[in-house]
Write a protein that binds this ligand. Structure first.
Ligand SMILES: [Zn+2]
Length: 134
């Protein structure tokens, strides 16, 4: 048997094996992806259910169990923390927050565009929030 024939055959066998294997891999990837996709849908739906429950908590529309109420209060807390953290970010960027209504105001404004109160005090952008850098 010719040496080069052997090599050729070996190469084409390998190529076949590889393409079959990569087909299986592609199938697996597809399956994994569709599972990932469905899990995403489930998460989204659970989120939407949660949001509806949270809204009914906010509007005081439904009687909710104590454990759900607890989670809703936790959500309130988290939202407040996010708001506070965002206010920190804003003040770091040199944007002021209205003392009266909390509206974000650019540094060069004298009056709040939302409530009209005068933006008072030192214009150094430090506001009243202390940020500790780590
Ligand atoms: Zn204001």
């Amino acid at each position: 048997m010719d040496f080069f024939e052997n090599v050729k055959r070996a190469v084409s066998d390998t190529a076949q094996t590889v393409s079959k294997a990569s087909g299986e891999v592609a199938d697996k990837v597809k399956t994994k992806y569709s599972i990932y996709d469905m899990n995403g849908d489930i998460k989204r739906l659970l989120g939407e259910i949660g949001l509806e429950i949270y809204q009914s908590y906010k509007n005081d529309e439904a009687e909710l169990s104590e454990s759900i109420l607890e989670k809703c209060r936790e959500l309130d807390e988290k939202n407040a923390q996010i708001e506070a953290a965002e206010a920190k970010l804003v003040s770091k960027k040199g944007v002021l927050v209205c003392d009266n209504c909390g509206e974000k105001i650019s540094k060069n404004m004298t009056f709040c565009p939302k409530c009209g109160s005068k933006i008072g005090g030192e214009d150094d952008g430090s506001v009243t929030i202390t940020v500790t850098e780590e």
